[in-house]
Design a protein around this ligand. Structure first.
Ligand SMILES: [Zn+2]
Length: 283
């Protein structure tokens, strides 16, 4: 988490082929039953599968928006003030739009601000500008892992950007995306402390782990590495920091978390759990 720092929704590729879903080795049921996020499970078995968000034309008239208001589980302080905490949870029926590249209403303003602040938003640029084992690994696997941000990822980025303007004062969030035992619903925990870093992610990780124990599948841990136009070392590189990498490995061992998503709001690295051990961890 931290200042110095993703996940893949495989819908187009090989939808009919299934592989075991995770550590328990249980086979997943068919894609006709599970939602689009379920299909991502197959990726855990392979670093080689490249698959992307649902093409926009496949989602028809579905709107990229949370269908329900979140349940606020904890809130402290004024929402737009530094240091104010928020833990909230959405639960809704899974739908292809969330894994698509559909844009939330008003998101073009975020794109404009990003372009004005950093110019070229190619996700490889900041990865290569800040070489190191973790960014290098993401850059090498960019073809498989790095994609335009999905609808759901953009909704999460927007939730934080609505609290504090990303380009005025970048702040981080941590989220977990879970699938219900029957495969039909998604649950999303979102936590922030309105700081440029996330620190302890326990407030969101703990309920996600409890849900896992109750039969939910932890699809992804999501957090943002914002553009920092005035600090090239922190300018939207979607590679995990050492603490990120350590958390991913540990939380995968605890919950089977299938992927880590690191987004800058425009692009996201969606890193499969099979790759977690390859990253440099906190010593
Ligand atoms: Zn991070």
């Amino acid at each position: 988490m931290d200042r110095d720092p993703g996940r893949q929704v495989c819908v187009r590729a090989r939808p009919a082929r299934r592989v075991p879903t995770g550590d328990d080795g249980k086979a997943a049921t068919g894609p006709q039953i599970l939602g689009p996020f379920a299909r991502v499970a197959g990726l855990v078995a392979s670093l080689a599968i490249a698959c992307g968000p649902v093409p926009a034309q496949a989602i028809g008239s579905q709107t990229c928006a949370f269908p329900t208001s979140p349940s606020v589980l904890m809130a402290e302080g004024e929402p737009h003030a530094a240091g104010s905490k928020l833990l909230q949870m959405w639960e809704f029926d899974d739908a292809p739009v969330f894994a698509s590249e559909a844009e939330p209403a008003g998101y073009e303003a975020f794109r404009r601000r990003a372009a004005a602040a950093v110019g070229d938003t190619d996700p490889l640029r900041p990865l290569r500008a800040n070489p190191g084992r973790n960014n290098d690994l993401v850059a090498r696997h960019a073809g498989a892992w790095v994609r335009p941000a999905t609808c759901l990822q953009k909704l999460l980025q927007k939730a934080q950007d609505d609290r504090i303007d990303t380009f005025a004062s970048p702040t981080e969030f941590m989220a977990f995306v879970l699938r219900s035992p029957d495969g039909a619903r998604l649950r999303v925990y979102f936590y922030t402390a309105n700081f440029d870093g996330i620190g302890r992610v326990g407030p969101a990780a703990e309920p996600a782990a409890r849900d896992h124990a109750a039969g939910w599948t932890v699809l992804a841990g999501v957090h943002n590495h914002n553009f920092h136009p005035h600090d090239p070392t922190l300018n939207g590189a979607v590679g995990p920091s050492l603490p990120d990498a350590q958390f991913n490995l540990r939380f995968h061992a605890q919950t089977g978390m299938a992927e880590a998503w690191i987004t800058n709001g425009l692009h996201t690295a969606q890193i499969p759990a099979a790759a977690f051990p390859l990253f440099e961890q906190t010593p």
